[in-house]
Design a protein around this ligand. Structure first.
Ligand code: BV8
Length: 239
């Protein structure tokens, strides 16, 4: 194992509080398309076309068609070794906070709990009139007659304030922040690693390629999350 990986494993072993901050890359090996890769979701559509409130206002059916298509992809996907490694890690560290940008629900299906979903969940809907959040059950209209929308944070929409503050607080107080499978392009989520670093935490990035975060990270572990994370956890907690 490279000295970097050995040292990163040592930091993880010593940590009392670890934040796992994940993006679409951790679900890639499960078959969920990422946003900004050659197979990227946005390849077929531009975010401004679909993942924003104006697009929904203009054509709710089209937006729902896109999300139903994405649900059908996620439905056929299983959590992978990367998701499971974070479940293992949670059993070995005094405190872990799992904060994801993903909306696919795979961390929960892997057994992680609680999971902070910064951008919502593709399996939940919200009534556009009453604001009630409930599991998706196939209907696109609320009993009150108003449209149901995906309970997802679209571009240009604010994240839930309390959720974001909790996430920021976790980043500020952790000893290690693992940034896994994120291009670190989307704000304000991409502030988490920087908050951890400025508060003296160690930032370990796991990605196939460098990102705008890499220069700020203490460790850049290049490789697929489904291989790097299990190896890192095994190395940190050999017993
Ligand atoms: C807000 C839900 C304010 C929708 C999503 C100009 C500059 C800076 C910021 C802005 C700007 N213009 C606008 C903004 C703000 C904007 C933003 O950040 N835009 C970016 C694109 C520039 N942000 C917002 O609009 C946010 N809201 O700012 O509100 C406000 C305040 C008050 C009042 C009103 C408004 C809302 C952002 C949330 C948008 N919703 N998702 C949906 O999913 O349909 S974001 C979307 O991107 C997903 O959630 C995704 O998770 C997220 C981030 O992407 P990643 O997860 O990082 O995925 P990506 O494909 O990009 O990268 C994958 C990575 O994995 C790659 O690095 C790849 O190398 C790696 N990888 C691939 N395979 C593997 C792997 N790594 C390891 N192993 C592998 N096997």
């Amino acid at each position: 194992m490279s000295p970097d990986r050995t040292e990163a494993a040592l930091r993880l072993r010593r940590a009392r509080h670890v934040v796992a901050f994940t993006g679409a890359g951790i679900s890639a090996e499960s078959g969920v398309p990422t946003f900004r890769g050659p197979q990227g979701l946005w390849k077929n559509y531009r975010p401004e076309d679909l993942a924003n409130p104006i697009a929904f206002e203009r054509d709710p059916e089209l937006v729902w068609e896109w999300y139903r298509w994405r649900q059908s992809i996620v439905q056929g996907c299983e959590p992978n070794a990367g998701h499971r490694a974070l479940v293992d890690l949670a059993g070995k560290v005094a405190r872990t906070s799992l904060i994801t940008q993903n909306i696919d629900g795979l961390h929960e299906r892997a057994g992680s709990s609680p999971v902070v979903e910064l951008h919502g969940n593709i399996w939940k809907t919200r009534c556009t009139k009453e604001g009630t959040v409930r599991p998706f059950q196939g209907e696109l209209r609320c009993q009150c007659g108003a449209w149901l929308r995906p309970h997802i944070v679209w571009f240009g929409e604010a994240l839930d304030r309390a959720t974001l503050e909790d996430a920021f607080q976790a980043a500020r107080t952790c000893d290690v922040l693992l940034a896994v499978g994120t291009s670190a392009l989307v704000a304000p989520a991409n502030m988490l690693p920087l908050l951890a670093r400025s508060a003296g935490g160690t930032v370990i990035e796991v990605n196939l390629e460098p990102t705008p975060l890499t220069a700020q990270a203490d460790f850049f572990l290049k490789g697929p999350a489904g291989e790097v994370l299990p190896e890192l956890v095994r190395r940190a907690f050999p017993s």
